[in-house]
Structures are given as C-alpha cells and as structure tokens.
Design a protein around this ligand. Structure first.
Ligand SMILES: Cc1cc2nc3c(=O)[nH]c(=O)nc-3n(C[C@H](O)[C@H](O)[C@H](O)COP(=O)(O)O)c2cc1C
Length: 337
C-alpha cells in the first residue's frame, strides 16, 4: 500500500495524510489556502484561547473563521477548563471546522501559567477530562496534539496516545520532540512509532519533516499521517513534492544532475519570492494593508532566503509599510536573479 493515502479521522476522511501544522502567527486563512493549493490533506489553524472566546474577545472569535474554500480544516483550541473548552469546541464547529484539535504541547510560559499547553502532559486526569468535554460538545472529530515527552528523562508518547484514545479522541498528533526542546533538535521517530503500535486511533507524526525522507520515516514507523510545520513556510508546495516523491517507485527517481546546484537554488529562490509576493497580496486583501503587511513581514526570513543578497533585501523589506513598496522591492529582486 502506498504511504500516501486518504486519512480517516473519526467520521472525517481527508484526501491525503500530509497535514499542515498549526502555527501561531502563520497558519491563518491566506496561508492555509496556499497550503491546500500546495497539496495539504488537512490544514490546521493557529491555536485559539478557549478562555478568550468565553469572554467574547473579538480577535479570537475572528480566528475561528473558515473561508468557503479552505477545507479540510482543523481548528485548534487551548485552555484548562472543561466548560470553556466545550464552548470553544462548539464555536469552532459552528464556524465550519471539520475537526477540533486540543493543544497539549505548547511550551510558551504564559500559556503554561494558565494551566494550558504542555503542562497538561503531567496532569493526565485533567487532560482526559478536557478531551472528553470537547468530544461530548461536538459531532465533528476531536483530536489531541501533544508531544512525546516533557524532558529527555521520560517518554510519555505511549501513555498520552492511550489517554487520547480512551478519552474519545479520533486521532493524536505527536510532536517528536520533548517540550524542553521547544522546536529544535532531531525528531525521535522511534518514540512515535511505539505509540503507533499501542493504539488503534490514527497517530500523526510531527517534527522536522522538511523532505520526503523524513516523512517516509514517520510513515514507515506506523504513522497514519505526517504533519509539517516550518517546512511548509517558504515552501507551501512541500506537500505535493512529498506526495510525488513517495508515490513514485524509487527505481523511477532520477539522481539529481551534478551540474544543477546553484542554478537550481536560484530558480527555487525566484519561485519562493513569487509565492511570497502573491501571499502578501492575499494577506492585504484579507486583513487590510496595515495588518496584512505587518503579518507578512514576520515570515520574511522563510521566504527571502538562499540567494546572494537575501539579507539585504530582508533588511529593506521589514522597513516597508505599503503593499506597493513591497511589491516593487520583490519584483526587482526576482528580476535580478
Ligand atoms: C512559529 C510557530 C508557531 C507555532 N504555533 C503552534 C500552535 O499554535 N499550536 C501548536 O500546536 N503548535 C504550534 N507550533 C508547533 C508546530 O505545530 C510544530 O509542532 C512544530 O513546529 C514542529 O514541527 P516542524 O518541525 O515541522 O516545524 C508552532 C511552531 C512554530 C515554529
């Protein structure tokens, strides 16, 4: 059977098993639409505070909005209280989410202080109750995103996958790094593989998937799907690239031509800048110029990279405030490559 296949999460079937990871400040509607175009099977939204939704925070409310074309989409919520989690899950469903995901892996101090994110990994009873509350509140599938461990001292992947299953989650995503590592270091694929063998619900592997080789490792370890975070920022077509690579028999893959080095990276840089320019236009259309430009500038490091004067262009870009100026700068850079 092909490693790339439809992904069944409870009652929901996604067209393929390559997912965009939730990333605060990045995976908003314009970027999610771009990743769906790039071949993602499911796109996940930025985490939204259940507490803020409860108090009617308008910004959090807007973060749950789902555009007509952006399906399948999973809305991620975080919180520490059963009633507000249930309410947030219902709101996500009402806004059109296909899946609700509960965050139990975020290591950000402010979130942990409020009892949410990765601190839930050490309070299994509470985590179980939160999952159950969300499951009871909605008819769409509920999933859990957590990590394999809090620190390197003890692996929790098997325990947490079982807990998710027992509490009624339809799938569990395991970030293959300890919370103490935040987002750095190699993924511990074997630890995720142990969890895959221990539960019947789909396990989605996450962490360090930047090419087909790493995706293959997770899928061969037993993962039903693979979730891609930073590898998709700057390359939203990574999903199609991985699909193509894993669906093509290895005998049919040609070795890269030895002369392709620099020319190929310039072609890739040009394509990246063109996609970035389009994304900035979409951001401005979606948010208006001030917020659209501001959000776009934050990810410049992912897009404006790997060409000779990239640092200089980035330096200029972060000082620009209008779409017209940014378009002009990027078009000039593209033409110069
Ligand atoms: C800027 C940024 C924001 C993130 N925000 C979230 C979030 O809102 N919810 C979440 O569960 N994980 C979040 N993560 C973690 C990612 O979903 C993912 O687990 C992590 O980046 C590892 O995957 P990667 O190595 O493919 O990037 C974030 C990561 C980054 C880099």
């Amino acid at each position: 059977m092909s490693l790339i296949r439809p992904l069944q999460i409870g009652t929901f079937t996604a067209p393929n098993n390559l997912l965009l990871a939730p990333m605060a400040g990045i995976t908003d509607t314009p970027f999610r639409l771009l990743c769906l175009k790039g071949g993602a099977g499911i796109v996940c939204a930025e985490m939204v505070s259940a507490h803020a939704l409860h108090y009617g925070n308008p910004r959090s409310g807007r973060m749950l909005a789902v555009a007509a074309k952006e399906h399948p989409v999973s809305m991620q919520i975080f919180g520490a209280d059963e009633a507000t989690i249930a309410q947030a899950a219902r709101q996500a469903q009402a806004q059109g989410a296909d899946i609700v995901d509960l965050n139990a892996g975020c290591p950000v101090k402010k979130i942990n202080k409020a009892g949410a994110g990765c601190v839930l990994m050490k309070d299994e009873a509470k985590l179980g109750r939160l999952i159950e509350a969300a499951v009871k509140a909605v008819s769409i599938p509920v999933t859990l995103k957590t990590r394999i461990a809090l620190t390197h001292k003890e692996l929790l992947a098997v325990r947490l996958a079982k807990l998710a299953q027992n509490a009624g989650a339809s799938a569990v995503t395991l970030h293959a790094r300890a919370a103490a590592d935040v987002h750095s270091g190699p993924p511990n694929v074997a630890a995720v593989g142990e969890a895959c063998a221990a539960v019947n619900i789909p396990v989605i592997g996450n962490g360090g998937v930047v090419n087909a080789d790493v995706a293959r490792q997770f899928l061969q370890a037993g993962c039903a799907g693979v979730m891609i975070g930073r590898g998709a920022v700057g390359n939203p077509f990574i999903f199609s690239e991985i699909k193509d690579a894993l669906q093509t028999p290895s005998s049919a893959l040609r070795a890269p031509s030895p002369s392709s080095g620099e020319g190929e990276s310039i072609t890739a840089a040009k394509k990246r800048l063109q996609i970035y320019r389009d994304l900035i236009r979409e951001n401005v259309a979606y948010y208006g110029e001030r917020i659209g430009v501001n959000r776009s500038r934050k990810t410049a490091g992912y897009w404006v990279s790997n060409f000779p004067n990239a640092a200089e262009v980035r330096g200029q870009l972060v000082r620009l405030d209008t779409l017209a100026e940014i378009e002009q700068l990027l078009s000039k850079s593209i033409a110069s490559l």
